[in-house]
Design a protein around this ligand. Structure first.
Ligand code: ATP
Length: 366
């Protein structure tokens, strides 16, 4: 694994994990040696997360842990296996993108075996299309694979190892893209994707403390060298922006996480308002009812309608133009036809309709 860090607790899978146990050599199905003591803060975070969300996620089924072999998911796996003895299933995604992926999978397999946790390696094709971000393509492929495995294994939830610094990075990344509230809300603690619940119990925890605790116990982890590549925006944020931020504002991760929670709460209110407004304007929405709303509220309900009923989204500029044209359409003959996302929003008499691009050609195919 090129570029891996030989210092501290992180390790290349080609070297034995410095955990005082058996070496994690690829293909070595290490015999279970029992669990070391889990970090108290991580254990408490897992227990609190479960108390908050157990009523929503199914109380039945095993608990999945998305285990990359990195430090954070290692700490999470240990805490989960301690909290739910015999009930945890580890899932490792082999992205197939770098030569080291085999070694990551071998390390994860050996570590899970030492702790007596069944692990499944999921192979994905995470290559990105032209113009698509490689990070986004890999993330989408990863969640698809995790959700598919969770459904196949009947898992109650899949837990992820994101912590407070990851949350702050996500917020900063959203700012660099000019995101709206959904982006500023960053990563939720609990979310359903493709019919599967995903949970992030460690979002309030300090990642540095988490690593220090693993190191103190001699528990090893793998370091993905692509995390150091400054070609990726997230890495530049972590390697260049965050150190300066942490020096000037030592509590930045905690306060940023609080801001993300405020944004998430505000977005939830906007969604509730949009659902109420949609019930009032109808589906498809009536133009006159839309015109009775303020421009921002009109955009809010149409955004919600497009997302929930058509799985589509538009840009800021497109929505501003929608609001402008709807306000201007005061006569019966005033046509509206606008591009929004991968489709068109148009007036049909008293209502507005959305026609996705792929549907526009469907009648010719039939
Ligand atoms: N290859 C993978 N297989 C399974 N889960 C993964 C994988 N990559 C990431 N995850 C999950 O997503 C979380 C956040 O991803 P991130 O890219 O920050 O991971 P990492 O830095 O490689 O590993 P870690 O977060 O464990 O230190 C991980 O903690 C883990 O739960």
């Amino acid at each position: 694994m090129p570029g891996s860090m030989p210092t501290g607790g992180s390790t290349t899978p080609r070297r034995p994990a410095p955990d005082g146990q058996r070496a994690a050599s690829p293909g070595d199905p290490a015999a279970p040696v029992g669990l070391p003591t889990a970090d108290a803060a991580v254990l408490a975070a897992v227990a609190q997360w479960w108390r908050r969300h157990r009523a929503v996620v199914s109380a039945e089924g095993a608990i999945g842990v998305a285990y990359s072999g990195g430090a954070d998911s290692t700490a999470l796996l240990l805490a989960a296996a301690t909290h739910w003895p015999g009930r945890v299933r580890a899932l490792h995604v082999h992205h197939g993108l770098q030569a080291a992926a085999d070694a990551f999978a071998a390390h994860a397999t050996a570590q899970a075996a030492r702790w007596g946790v069944p692990l499944t390696v999921l192979h994905t094709d995470a290559r990105h299309a032209r113009g698509d971000s490689p990070e986004d393509a890999a993330r989408r492929a990863r969640y698809r694979a995790l959700a598919g495995a969770a459904r196949a294994q009947g898992l109650a939830v899949v837990l992820l190892g994101h912590h407070a610094q990851d949350q702050a990075e996500t917020l900063l990344l959203a700012l660099t893209r000019g995101a709206g509230l959904p982006g500023l809300a960053a990563m939720p603690e609990c979310r359903r994707i493709d019919g599967v619940w995903f949970g992030r119990p460690l979002l309030a925890l300090d990642g540095t403390a988490l690593r220090a605790s693993l190191r103190a116990q001699g528990i090893g982890w793998v370091h993905d060298p692509t995390n150091d590549d400054p070609a990726y925006t997230r890495n530049r944020i972590r390697l260049q922006v965050v150190p300066a931020l942490a020096q000037a504002f030592p509590s930045y991760a905690i306060t940023f996480a609080r801001s993300a929670r405020h944004a998430a709460a505000a977005q939830q209110l906007l969604d509730e308002l949009a659902a109420e407004d949609l019930a009032r304007v109808g589906n498809p929405p009536r133009l006159a009812a839309l015109q009775a709303l303020s421009p921002q509220r009109l955009i809010n309900v149409l955004r919600h309608w497009l997302r929930t009923c058509h799985g589509a989204s538009g840009t800021d500029a497109q929505w501003r133009e929608v609001a402008r044209q709807m306000a201007a359409a005061r006569t019966r003959g005033h046509a509206i036809e606008l591009r929004v996302g991968a489709g068109r929003l148009r007036r049909a008499g008293d209502v507005v309709l959305y026609q996705p691009d792929d549907e526009a050609v469907a009648p010719q195919r039939l």
